[in-house]
Design a binder for this molecule. Structure first.
Ligand SMILES: Nc1nc2c(c(=O)[nH]1)N[C@H]1C(S)=C(S)[C@@H](COP(=O)(O)O)O[C@H]1N2
Ligand SMILES: [Mo]
Length: 225
């Protein structure tokens, strides 16, 4: 079963709370009703409330691949297809320019990441608000997160609060160093970052996994106590 993991990935048994160290101590506001701001090259900036009642709810079981080489298999998400969200809600309500190609996401914790619209329209890309049949926990991105299984986990933004649609590739402040981001970050092609071969990142990142997991778990335990 696990012999077909993507190149350089290793199986772990449970999805950990994870990310770049500086985000370990940042948490979403869970007091207010959750809304997503839509902006960029659009005719009408809008706020959309979660859950998106008009869209079809889908359940998807998929594997999750972190760029630091861990993979968690068979994660059960529930939410809305990004393609449907875009075509039904964004196009109708925000009226983006027809030539929109690039999307910048922002999280409540200050995290930002960009993706090509074409990659986001794949049928396995979700905006998820449930995990294992329960409301999405803080650990994994409450109130809403992106799930893009074909791309490294750093594209699957948690605590989503803002989406910008742009006609051209749009500069954004990546949370880490520039070499850590790849515009597509496809797992299949080991596009871990920009500038170095995919295999080199394995050796850079692998030693950091254990301590990062510990740091994120400890910060969450302190936050909820
Ligand atoms: N807002 C936000 N989204 C984020 C991160 C983060 O720190 N903040 N970390 C990214 C990274 S590197 C990974 S591997 C996944 C981890 O998701 P998990 O904590 O549910 O395992 O979230 C991604 N999305
Ligand atoms: Mo990651």
């Amino acid at each position: 079963m696990h012999s077909d993991l993507p190149p350089g990935q290793r199986l772990i048994d449970k999805l950990p709370r994870f990310g770049l160290g500086k985000f370990a101590h940042r948490f979403p506001n869970t007091d207010n009703a959750a809304e997503i701001d839509i902006g960029g090259d659009v005719g009408q900036p809008v706020k959309l409330s979660i859950p998106f009642g008009d869209l079809n709810r889908v359940v998807q079981v998929s594997d999750f691949h972190c760029v630091t080489t861990w993979t968690a298999c068979g994660i059960s998400w529930s939410g809305f297809r990004f393609s449907e969200f875009y075509k039904e809600l964004v196009v109708n309500l925000a009226q983006p320019e027809p030539s929109v190609e690039f999307v910048v996401f922002g999280g409540q914790d200050g995290y930002k990441v960009g993706m090509h619209l074409e990659d986001l329209l794949a049928s396995d890309v979700l905006l998820a608000d449930r995990l294992d049949g329960q409301a999405l926990p803080i650990a994994h991105g409450a109130p809403l997160r992106l799930v893009a299984p074909a791309h490294y986990g750093y594209k699957s933004i948690k605590h989503l609060s803002r989406i910008e649609f742009w006609c051209k590739e749009h500069a954004y402040q990546h949370a880490g160093f520039k070499f850590m981001d790849h515009p597509r970050a496809r797992v299949e092609f080991e596009e871990r970052g920009t500038g170095l071969p995919g295999r080199v990142y394995r050796w850079l990142y692998r030693p950091l996994v254990k301590s990062t997991r510990r740091k994120f778990a400890k910060a969450l335990a302190e936050h909820i106590s």
